[in-house]
Design a protein around this ligand. Structure first.
Ligand code: C2E
Ligand code: CA
Ligand code: CA
Length: 586
């Protein structure tokens, strides 16, 4: 009994341990004899109260079942018979437990037992070897033996999951296939052993740098595949991020590496493939990346290619546009135009709208470059320039009694507003040009305000304390909840162009416009409509008591001199009379 490879302990009817063997002591991590009291022993094995309760209850109920059988049958068969499912059948069914040994180690143990006349024999079987073996099998099945990176199978598995998630959530993911250039030659020149060392060195770099949540696998030979799951909803932006990843890894892997005492340097060719737009198979994604990788090789190696040639050229286009934009800001190609805002028949202010006079493409509309500027972070510089230019203009107008009352609305991008020093930036621009803060209004959009409402409110409140106003742009297109709208220190809601457009033909849009006006009134806010193109729209808005508007009906955005001309001589449609004289503007 002492030498048996299972742990044995005998408990009498009073709950005392009366016999045990060496294996039992080992499994319980005990060097000397155990407690004589079973209850105390269980508490040692399960120090966590809740867990203790659960385990002991389960064990005791198994014991009672066996005891009941024993009583009813009074069977006389040997314990061994019983354990083998013999005639007595008073065995205690097997349970898997995790015993916390007195040596601090947790061991997986199968616990069973036999109920006898004079007590209960508990049988403990060590499972650690089996578990370790199982884990090893798993590791061998899913990890590469040489590099210990996930292998092709695990990659296929994760990619399959990623494909499903991306399709369901309607966003993009992508794979980056990295293939060592001239690896065959490396092996031939330096031998397979050094080749292996190179692969191991590379995978160590990979493991050290891989961000949490990303998977990089050794796909076989000298191919590594990186899987990225959440690249967003826009294909071109997703491609940009994928390309960025590719550049990071190309750089990292081509840094010189010490192998067997000498520095060696390799390069990689990279194939990129996006997925998520439509259903695709794992093999297809990988095949595309591979084709792109071969294309990169054919372009002279040490470079990357996209599978999709359209995407490739779209990316090229974006890169050029971004470079042009940065150069354009330095070269003074950006200007602010001003679209008049009208109320009760007079121009009360303007919205500053950015214009880019590209040397080759002439005017590039903001819809084409603002989103790119936002994605690349260039909006921070551009936005600062806009604030400066707007403040300069305000200061100029302040010199002239006719324009001194004009309020200038300036669009602010989310990235800009979220910058920690945004408030200082605005205040600095005002101070530098000596502009009056109460003539500046910032147009924010709903999306940017909900990320961190408290800090948003704090930021707005600080700016507001200097007299700066706030308008909520594109109102109605976002997901504003009334609760937070009430908390924001806003001055104005701006009815989005899309509602104004069909306000006469679509009863829904008319109802939305009406609701926004009512909402604004109830919150004590001004309301302005944008995109007013016809007199009829203007009349409708007046009818629902929205008296402020901007749109092509009055004028598109124009250079400052032109705006000044409109303030002085412009005929405000719907007012029935020429714009009021400057003296009545105050
Ligand atoms: P937004 O803020 O909604 O600006 C209004 C847009 O509607 C402007 O387009 C304007 O020209 C156009 N618009 C004005 N009246 C009418 C009309 O009656 N009918 C129609 N169909 N359109 C009208 P724009 O100038 O092309 O600007 C587009 C967007 O670019 C702006 O939309 C704004 O989100 C962004 N943007 C423009 N300038 C800046 C800027 O300085 N900074 C930032 N962050 N974004 C800007
Ligand atoms: Ca705007
Ligand atoms: Ca707008």
């Amino acid at each position: 009994m002492q030498r048996l490879p299972v742990g044995l302990v005998m408990e009498d009817h009073q709950g005392r341990f009366v016999y045990w063997n060496e294996e039992f002591l080992r499994l319980a991590g005990q060097s000397g004899s155990p407690e004589h009291c079973a209850a105390q022993w269980w508490r040692r094995m399960y120090p966590d109260m809740a867990e203790h309760e659960r385990v002991v209850q389960r064990w005791q109920s198994a014991q009672s079942k066996a005891r009941a059988v024993l009583k009813s049958e009074k069977s006389l068969s040997s314990p061994v018979d019983a354990q083998l499912g013999g005639p007595g059948g008073y065995t205690i069914e097997v349970q898997e437990m995790q015993l916390l040994g007195m040596d601090g180690l947790r061991r997986p143990v199968l616990v069973s037992g036999v109920m006898q006349e004079d007590g209960c024999l508990m049988v403990l079987q060590d499972q650690s070897l089996r578990q370790a073996a199982e884990q090893e099998v798993k590791r061998l099945a899913f990890y590469d033996a040489l590099t210990d990176l996930p292998n092709r199978r695990l990659m296929a598995d994760r990619l399959q999951q990623a494909l499903e998630t991306c399709l369901r959530r309607q966003h993009f993911g992508g794979v980056v296939l990295l293939d060592i250039d001239n690896f065959k030659a490396f092996n031939e020149d330096f031998g397979l052993e050094l080749g292996d060392l190179l692969l191991v060195g590379m995978s160590q770099r990979i493991k050290a740098q891989l961000p949490a949540g990303a998977t990089m696998a050794r796909q076989g030979g000298d191919d590594f595949v990186l899987l990225l799951e959440d690249l967003g909803e826009d294909p071109v932006a997703a491609a940009t991020r994928l390309e960025h990843e590719a550049n990071v890894w190309m750089k990292l892997l081509s840094e010189p590496m010490e192998i067997a005492g000498a520095l060696r340097q390799i390069t990689v060719s990279v194939g990129l493939s996006l997925f998520g737009g439509q259903p695709m198979k794992v093999e297809e994604v990988l095949r595309r990346a591979e084709m792109a990788m071969y294309q990169a090789k054919s372009q002279g190696r040490n470079t990357h290619c996209f599978f999709d040639p359209q995407l490739q050229s779209a990316l090229q286009e974006r890169r050029t546009l971004e470079q042009d934009m940065r150069a354009g800001l330095k070269a003074g190609q950006f200007e602010l135009f001003y679209q008049p805002q009208v109320e009760m028949g007079r121009v009360i202010g303007a919205e500053a709208l950015l214009r880019w006079k590209h040397p080759v493409r002439s005017y590039v509309p903001p819809a084409q470059f603002i989103p790119l500027a936002e994605e690349t972070g260039f909006i921070l510089q551009l936005g600062e320039w806009v604030l400066e230019a707007a403040c300069r203009q305000l200061a100029r107008w302040a010199q002239h009694p006719r324009y001194a009352q004009l309020v200038l609305s300036v669009n602010v991008s989310p990235g800009q507003f979220l910058q920690p020093n945004f408030v200082d930036q605005v205040l600095r621009a005002l101070a530098e040009h000596g502009a009056d803060a109460s003539r500046l209004k910032l147009e924010l959009t709903e999306g940017m305000l909900v990320t961190d409402v408290d800090s948003t409110i704090a930021k707005m409140a600080r700016l507001k304390s200097y007299g700066i106003g706030f308008s909520l742009d594109d109102f109605g297109t976002g997901y504003s909840s009334l609760a937070y709208l009430k908390r924001l220190p806003l001055d104005q809601l701006k009815i989005d162009r899309s509602f104004v457009r069909d306000v006469l033909t679509d009863p829904n849009d008319a109802a939305i416009a009406r609701t926004i006006v009512a909402l604004a009134k109830s919150l004590g806010l001004h309301v302005i409509a944008e995109g007013v193109e016809t007199l009829a729209q203007c009349r409708f808005l007046e009818g629902i008591r929205c008296h402020a508007w901007q749109g092509y009906l009055m004028s598109p955005a124009v250079p400052p001199q032109e705006l000044e001309r409109l303030v002085t001589h412009g005929v405000v449609p719907g007012a029935g009379a020429p714009a009021l004289s400057p003296s009545s503007m105050r």
